[in-house]
Design a protein around this ligand. Structure first.
Ligand code: GLV
Ligand code: GLV
Length: 336
């Protein structure tokens, strides 16, 4: 490096990325900014996050970081843009950001297929009791071919209920409709003509969906309206052979009610990629249940998705720093 440049102060905008994300986006950011990446295996503590945000013009945050008025104020008035490395952004106080003229972006679309794939994987795993079966083999408990052992439920021709027909809900429905001939019901703020015409899907209210679906898959964002949406009353509407899948946010489901329903075999099984908190403590009743399959929030965890998420995060932040509209601003009306 030229010693003159090395000696001169670096006036490029400061950007903090709160965990090490895929290198592709970091490279783009590093070319134009003074980049700081939190390299811990765990997220920064609140104190650490507040301290490191000070003086930044851009932040790339994760769903484990709370982005609120306090953080935005600690960052300072020069802060222009926050991009969440996720499609969901319930960890961000969007109103507080708007009041401070801070643009907020997310990384949608590029994780739609990966998340829909995982929803189907969890649905299959829960329906066919796969983790339970695999455990038997691993622990040497499998003795012989069982005529009546580990019986699951079938998928072909069944009814799928999608709670929240956004992009991920639609992609999940497409897979199960095309692959298993499932009939599709869905809830959404408004009917989705695209889903209706392509999948012959039907827009219904939640009680109808719960009572009529063999499989229910949750894809709505977490909002005040959807927190605790699937409670004891909702679970009681589901048929006894039903399987519940959640790849959205843990808070949408009342976990105590779900544990009770699974324990009583009021529904057949659940497949969860999200819980509250994450991780659940090992002694939480859901963790020990044979008919509850829990994955560690890996919906978008494919190599391509995570690379493309990092590229989108970089594009969002660089646009925000230039004062341009973000290519992927958060949209609060999306998956309803
Ligand atoms: C992950 O949960 C995301 O919102 O991208
Ligand atoms: C969420 O934004 C989705 O696309 O389903």
């Amino acid at each position: 490096m030229n010693p003159d440049t090395a000696a001169s102060p670096d006036h490029r905008p400061r950007v903090l990325v709160t965990r090490r994300i895929h290198e592709a986006g970091l490279q783009q950011l590093g070319e134009h900014t003074r980049l700081e990446v939190w390299d811990g295996a765990m997220p920064p503590s609140r104190e650490e996050l507040l301290r490191r945000a000070e003086g930044c013009e851009g932040l790339v945050t994760l769903l484990s970081d709370r982005v609120d008025g306090e953080l935005l104020d600690r960052a300072g008035p020069q802060l222009k843009v926050v991009c969440n490395y996720a499609v969901g952004f319930n960890n961000i106080d969007v109103q507080a950001a708007a009041q401070r003229d801070v643009a907020v972006g997310n990384t949608p679309d590029v994780l739609t297929d990966a998340t829909a794939d995982l929803a189907v994987a969890l649905l299959l795993a829960a329906a066919r009791r796969l983790p339970e079966a695999i455990d038997q083999v691993r622990q040497g408990r499998w003795k012989t071919w069982e005529p009546l052992g580990l019986l699951g439920v079938d998928l072909v021709g069944k009814t799928l209920g999608i709670v929240g027909m956004g992009r991920i809900g639609l992609a999940t429905a497409q897979r199960l409709h095309a692959g298993w001939g499932m009939r599709v019901l869905y809830t959404a703020r408004d009917p989705k003509p695209d889903a209706d015409s392509r999948l012959d899907a039907r827009h219904v209210d939640l009680p109808t969906l719960l009572a009529s679906s063999d499989f229910v898959s949750i894809h709505c964002p977490l909002t005040e309206q959807t927190a605790g949406l699937i409670d004891a009353e909702a679970l009681a509407r589901m048929p006894q052979h039903a399987v519940l899948v959640n790849t959205a946010r843990g808070e949408v489901v009342d976990q105590d009610a779900l544990a009770a329903a699974l324990e009583k075999r009021q529904i057949f099984a659940a497949g969860l990629d999200v819980t509250t908190p994450e991780p659940l403590p090992p002694e939480h009743p859901l963790v020990g249940l044979d008919n509850c399959v829990i994955a560690p929030h890996i919906g978008s965890a494919s190599q391509d998705s995570r690379r493309r998420m990092s590229e989108i995060a970089a594009q969002n932040v660089l646009a925000g720093l230039r004062g341009e509209p973000l290519p992927h601003p958060v949209s609060t009306g999306e998956a309803g």
